[in-house]
Design a protein. Structure first.
Length: 118
């Protein structure tokens, strides 16, 4: 059983910042924690499809969707089995439910709502 618990969402004005956290637990993390596991953040805006926002790879690389490059930063603390998404210079179009995922697997968190007001 794998659990991903997101937190940190909320309502923020355009130009503001939020930091999302995702704490992971379960059998795939039991031996080496998150150290060898790729993690990702997705988002689903109202009425739209879910999209990949950022990925953090076990080898240290990261990847971002073009619309958030330079504004969002994904990071991880392997000792805490936690992945973060620092979101700066938020825009109304960033409004969405944000989900944590073990990248490339069916393991998803429950989501956390981010609303950016103009």
């Amino acid at each position: 059983q794998v659990q991903l618990v997101e937190s940190g969402g909320g309502l923020v004005q355009a130009g503001g910042s939020l930091r999302l956290s995702c704490v992971a637990s379960g059998n795939i993390f039991s031996d080496n924690g998150m150290a060898f596991i790729d993690m990702a953040w997705y988002r689903q805006p109202p009425g739209k499809q879910r999209e990949l926002v950022a990925a953090s790879y076990s080898g240290g690389g990261t990847n971002y969707v073009d619309s958030v490059k330079g504004r969002f930063t994904i990071s991880r603390d392997n000792a805490k089995n936690t992945v973060y998404l620092q979101m700066n210079s938020l825009k109304p179009e960033d409004t969405a439910v944000y989900y944590c995922r073990v990248h490339g697997t069916p393991y998803w968190g429950q989501g956390t709502q981010v609303i950016v007001s103009s």
